[in-house]
Write a protein that binds this ligand. Structure first.
Ligand code: SF4
Length: 602
């Protein structure tokens, strides 16, 4: 657990290194107006990419620097930066996309290309169900791609793409999208090392858009033998983490002792509820971290190929154990907050009653410990004991953090300092991350030299992640129907609240304390309360302050990663920083925003 002094240092650190601000290319999203300029940029990029090292995925900052250099050499303005970055990523991945069989590729098309006036297609769960009526290019692109064997989606949104990739159905993406959408996809898709090429729409105005058709047909047609150099990717490990929870693999790894009993047998029913919840939804981020840390310290064979490597069963079971603890905490959290839904389904306590749900949570915790302890012969007693100790530590800290949060929520005194909030974050979010990372390290070999770094790194990433979650509670996209400010309505002790209490006038502070104290009172006007708190947060500039703290914690995590050997493990730590601490836009005053709930750490 971090000491108070450490946390005080972090909360107050005026001179801590600050990570460079995340690149926002909002001002650089013009597509060159004429085809000759687009061709010039593309040709210059092709030339430039002949010398680029393709063994590691691109980073956003690195791509930006290269794009700036190319634009300068062409004498073109910075407004084409986003376009040039897309051209660069296309060229970077072109050969590897071309080497993926057509049947393993996904073609992603934007519905805004459709003929807005007369399109007869309807929307279904996968997007626009194009009828290929011939009134726009969507039908032509789709026909061509499907003839070759592509899977085609007329839809937008990175989450669905990432889900499809991780589920193992496709290995590369050929897309068409506007620069706004491509910017959002940048971190998620490219950092993960997913081969993709995209043709930018010529405008971003969402209606009757157009595109360089020949570029799209050319990208659909890409087809060459595999290149000599392959780029590292974590996709194979993401898939491996997902497969752990698919049947029959889950039952093979974690046999169900009651499986032979009649279906109506209460013991079997209880076991089924627990296994079903373990296998349900989620990003499998924690099991991924365990597998990826293990792989990184074994020379990272899985990042270059999806064949020729196999994870030992005890390693897989340890990764499943990490998920059992996470799932148990969700069951108990849902009861404590009386949440109605989890992973789009009714929460366990709403379906089966609180008693059963508490018990399922307890069962999952026991299962997690046993998954590691029963493998002590294969793992070695010391390895098993070290991992069990770390799991127990994480379990205790999480309970402490959650306990402190609940007691604060239910107390009449809503005073809160930034140190209080950071302490709770360090207990609630970081230990699970640490346990996942440490377990992978320890499974690979002795962990003494990494233990402190892993703990400090996890604390900084976990705390930064939680602060980002606080900020995201006030932002989101208009497609989401959920209102902002859920943390306020649930009376959670957030860093934003602490910053507001510390940075407000005495009168504003009093008002804020009163508002939070009344948040859970039956009959309170939620909209008015959230609007007022939002106003006070802006007055105290809490979003900017919180954003700076995220940068500081991020910079500390990166500085810790800088000193880590071997390089494969260091690169994994950088990847975790980038993928876990993905920033969105800060809330804007006067703009009604919505929030996406259910974001889970890492
Ligand atoms: S080709 Fe498809 S997307 Fe285009 S207008 Fe016809 S049905 Fe709609």
């Amino acid at each position: 657990m971090p000491t108070v002094a450490e946390l005080e240092q972090e909360a107050a650190a005026e001179h801590a290194p600050t990570a460079p601000p995340r690149l926002n290319t909002a001002a650089f999203k013009a597509v060159p107006e004429t085809r000759p300029i687009r061709d010039r940029v593309r040709a210059a990029v092709t030339d430039f990419c002949r010398t680029v090292d393709k063994s590691k995925p691109l980073t956003r900052e690195g791509t930006r620097e290269m794009a700036e250099g190319i634009l300068t050499s062409l004498g073109l303005g910075g407004q084409y930066l986003g376009f040039t970055m897309v051209m660069l990523t296309n060229e970077f991945w072109r050969e590897q996309v071309a080497a993926v069989p057509f049947s393993r590729r996904l073609m992603l098309l934007p519905h805004c290309l459709k003929n807005a006036e007369g399109c007869p297609a309807d929307y279904d769960e996968f997007g626009l169900d194009c009828k290929k009526c011939g009134a726009c290019e969507v039908g032509d692109f789709r026909t061509k791609a499907e003839q070759l064997g592509y899977k085609v989606l007329v839809s937008e949104g990175t989450p669905i793409v990432l889900k499809i990739i991780v589920s193992g159905h496709v290995d590369a993406i050929v897309g068409v999208a506007c620069l706004n959408v491509l910017e959002k996809a940048f971190d998620k898709v490219l950092l993960a090392g997913i081969p993709c090429v995209a043709t930018p729409l010529l405008s971003s105005n969402c209606k009757n858009t157009s595109v360089d058709n020949d570029w799209v047909f050319e990208s659909i047609d890409l087809h060459t033998p595999p290149p000599d150099q392959k780029t590292k990717t974590y996709v194979h490990l993401m898939r491996a983490a997902n497969r752990l929870f698919d049947e029959p693999e889950l039952t093979r790894l974690v046999p169900r002792p009651r499986a032979a009993a009649p279906e109506a047998d209460p013991l079997r029913r209880h076991e089924t509820i627990a296994y079903d919840f373990l296998a349900r939804g989620g990003k499998r981020s924690r099991p991924f971290i365990t597998l990826a840390a293990y792989d990184a310290l074994k020379g990272a064979p899985a990042t270059l190929s999806d064949a020729g490597w196999e994870l030992p069963d005890p390693v897989k079971r340890a990764a499943v154990a990490i998920e059992t603890f996470h799932k148990a905490s969700l069951v108990h959290d849902d009861i404590e907050d009386d949440d109605a839904y989890r992973y789009g389904l009714e929460t366990l306590h709403r379906t089966h009653g609180t008693g059963v749900a508490i018990n399922v949570g307890d069962y999952l915790i026991g299962l997690g410990y046993r998954l590691v302890s029963r493998d002590r012969k294969e793992l070695g007693a010391e390895v098993a004991a070290d991992i069990l100790d770390k799991l127990a530590d994480a379990h205790l800290k999480l309970s402490e953090g959650q306990g402190a949060e609940l007691l604060w929520r239910d107390s009449g005194d809503k005073a809160l300092t930034t140190l209080d909030a950071l302490k709770i974050y360090a207990l609630k979010t970081s230990p699970a991350f640490e346990a996942a990372l440490y377990s992978g390290v320890r499974l690979a070999g002795p962990a003494d030299q990494y233990e402190k770094t892993v703990a400090d790194f996890s604390r900084n990433v976990g705390v930064a992640f939680q602060i980002l979650n606080d900020i995201k509670d006030w932002t989101g996209d208009a497609d989401n129907k959920l209102v902002a400010g859920q943390d306020v309505l649930a009376a959670r002790p957030t860093l934003l609240l602490a910053l507001a209490l510390e940075g407000s006038s005495p009168a504003a502070r009093e008002e804020l304390l009163h508002l939070i104290a009344s948040a859970r009172t039956p009959g309170a006007d939620a909209d008015e309360l959230v609007a007022r708190v939002r106003h006070l947060y802006f007055a105290a500039k809490v979003f900017e302050k919180a954003d700076k703290l995220v940068d500081k914690f991020r910079a500390k995590a990166e500085a810790l990663a800088d000193g880590v050997e071997p390089v494969e493990f260091r690169e994994l730590l950088y990847y975790l920083v980038d993928s876990v601490l993905e920033k969105g836009e800060l809330p804007r005053q006067g703009v009604t925003q919505f929030v996406q709930l259910g974001v889970s750490p890492a």
